[in-house]
Design a protein around this ligand. Structure first.
Ligand code: SAM
Length: 389
């Protein structure tokens, strides 16, 4: 039936945590006895009980396994050597591509920490002896901060990551000395979650407190329990699969009711606000913006409004063009879409086309086996006149 079909199109994605050991080491231990597949399709169609894996061609150190393979009790998983993380959720840290010369990296909205630990793994793999580079991870929610701290520790990322727990990224002062060395920012803010496998618009959306006021005083919706290892749970929410004493039913934010268009308007206002806040960091020169939403309003809509905002123009920010993207992602075919009448566009036709081509999309329930996802990169460009605050 439809549900079976959906699940069979989604493999179990496993990212090897290179802080704790190499892909080769994992292949010869945890995955000893597994047969290397030639395609994702071979993994999805593998006969029952077949042990097989596919090495992802886009994201380094990422494996796809048949979804029925349960590794949640394996020593590698409980020791943080492997992390369950959807392929699409690996795009932002890889696209940000932190280099030793980039200075500190901020993960602005970090819990449960999938992208934080991914950033830490990339930073650790490139850093030379004597160099120092930190990943500074902000998380506003107290409960989710605890999960973030546990995940960072379990992944042995605590040597690189500084957790700023129960801290609002929007309350930071971008021009302060404390953040002078910040060169790169990963921004993966709260969103509608409509790209999550098994979720659709019928499920309540979650909105953080809007700038200047409470989004809602309603109680969180605790009706949707997630099971450990359940393919339909939020793959970007490692807490749902980690062996942690995390209340899996805890929603990310306070839900608000209302029409879809109203909810998307409120979310995109918040997303644009937090993105333009990131653009104010004086020495930041690269940013990724991502959501697990399928909606234009939260994705291309936010990107185009940010590009048109005075912060981007005066700060000298432009889109990270497709040809500038890391090799594994410039070849990714699924790109931005345009929806007329939703936001204005101040770019001419060729610049608009270039910006849409720079946006990366993933769609759920396709042969690519990912969740629905969106990511775009921004870079500071000295050729754009800069008026720094
Ligand atoms: N990047 C995470 C991962 O891959 O594991 C998922 C992040 S989740 C989509 C968004 C997170 O941002 C939530 O945990 C939420 O509590 C947090 N958040 C929302 N607004 C924030 C703010 N102003 N400052 C810091 N964290 C915030």
């Amino acid at each position: 039936d439809g549900a079976t079909q959906k699940i069979s199109r989604h493999p179990r994605w496993v990212r090897v945590n290179t802080i704790k050991g190499t892909l080769e080491k994992q292949l010869s231990t945890t995955f000893a006895g597994f047969k290397k597949a030639d395609s994702l399709r071979d993994v999805l169609l593998a006969p029952k009980r077949a042990k097989t894996y596919y090495e992802d061609p886009n994201i380094p150190n990422l494996l796809a396994l048949p979804s029925r393979i349960d590794l949640s009790r394996s020593p590698a998983y409980t020791a943080g050597q492997i992390i369950f993380q959807d392929k699409a959720s690996c795009f932002p840290a890889y696209l940000l591509d932190p280099q030793p010369g980039d200075g500190d990296v901020i993960d602005a909205t970090a819990a449960p920490g999938n992208k934080t630990t991914h950033l830490a793994a990339i930073v650790s793999s490139k850093i030379q002896p004597g160099q120092e580079q930190r990943v500074i991870a902000f998380e506003r929610d107290k409960g989710r901060t605890i999960t973030l701290q546990k995940m960072v520790k379990l992944a042995s990322a605590d040597g690189v990551v500084q957790v700023k727990g129960s801290s609002d990224f929007l309350a930071t002062k971008p021009g302060s000395d404390e953040f002078e060395n910040v060169g790169a920012i990963l921004l993966d803010p709260s969103c509608s979650g409509t790209g999550i496998v098994g979720r659709d618009d019928a499920i309540k959306m979650h909105l953080p407190e809007a700038p200047g006021g409470k989004a809602s005083s309603q109680k969180p919706d605790k009706t949707k329990k997630r099971k450990r290892g359940d393919e339909t749970s939020d793959p970007s929410d490692a807490a749902a699969t980690l062996s942690l004493d995390f209340d899996e039913s805890t929603p990310e934010e306070t839900p608000i009711d209302g029409k879809l268009s109203e909810r998307l308007a409120a979310l995109s206002t918040f997303q644009l606000h937090i993105l333009t806040h990131a653009m104010r960091f004086t020495n930041a020169h690269k940013i990724t913006y991502s959501t697990c939403s399928i909606h234009f309003e939260e994705n291309e809509g936010v990107v185009f409004q940010a590009l048109a905002s005075s912060v981007a123009i005066e700060g000298g920010w432009r889109i990270l063009r497709r040809e500038e993207q890391v090799d594994g992602l410039k070849s990714w075919q699924r790109r931005g879409v345009w929806e007329d009448d939703k936001v204005g566009c101040e770019l001419d036709d060729s610049a608009k086309k270039e910006a849409l081509d720079a946006c990366i999309r993933c769609e759920k329930d396709t042969d690519e086996g990912t969740m629905g996802f969106f990511v775009a990169g921004f870079v500071r460009d000295d050729t754009i006149p800069q008026v720094r605050e």
